[in-house]
Design a protein around this ligand. Structure first.
Ligand SMILES: N=c1c2ncn([C@@H]3O[C@H](COP(=O)(O)OP(=O)(O)OP(=O)(O)O)[C@@H](O)[C@H]3O)c2ncn1[C@@H]1O[C@H](COP(=O)(O)O)[C@@H](O)[C@H]1O
Length: 95
């Protein structure tokens, strides 16, 4: 579902859809999207510290969605983030 969500967001960017929250957000620009990622990250922090598993899962989903919107907005492919994780893993000498 992570790859699928990224692809759906990418598709919204290429083919704007009526009533799409993603398109509304993309139209609001870089600063607004970055601000949303920050807000959602804070909500994960609060949930993780104080509000239990279910809330943490829900806020994590919000954060991942908004992070993907930021990546798509800046034309950063998910594979590029995966490659960075792979590079760190390999550098750390893990197989
Ligand atoms: N996964 C999500 C998703 N997670 C969170 N959100 C939206 O993110 C918003 C965050 O809520 P907030 O309370 O922070 O803010 P808000 O007041 O609603 O919105 P703002 O005015 O602050 O931007 C909510 O409106 C949620 O609906 C999402 N919106 C869309 N998706 C998925 O994105 C895809 C495309 O959706 P559309 O672009 O809406 O077609 C679909 O697969 C959707 O399921």
């Amino acid at each position: 579902m992570l790859n699928r969500l990224y692809e759906i967001i990418e598709d919204r960017k290429q083919n704007p859809a009526e009533g799409s929250y993603t398109n509304r957000l993309l139209n609001e620009g870089y600063e607004r999207v970055a601000q949303k990622v920050g807000e959602e990250a804070v909500e994960v922090v609060i949930a993780g510290a104080l509000q239990g598993r279910e809330r943490t899962i829900s806020e994590s989903a919000d954060l991942i969605y908004h992070l993907f919107v930021l990546l798509v907005q800046q034309d950063i492919r998910l594979e590029e983030v995966e490659a960075e994780l792979e590079r760190r893993h390999t550098k750390a000498g893990r197989s």
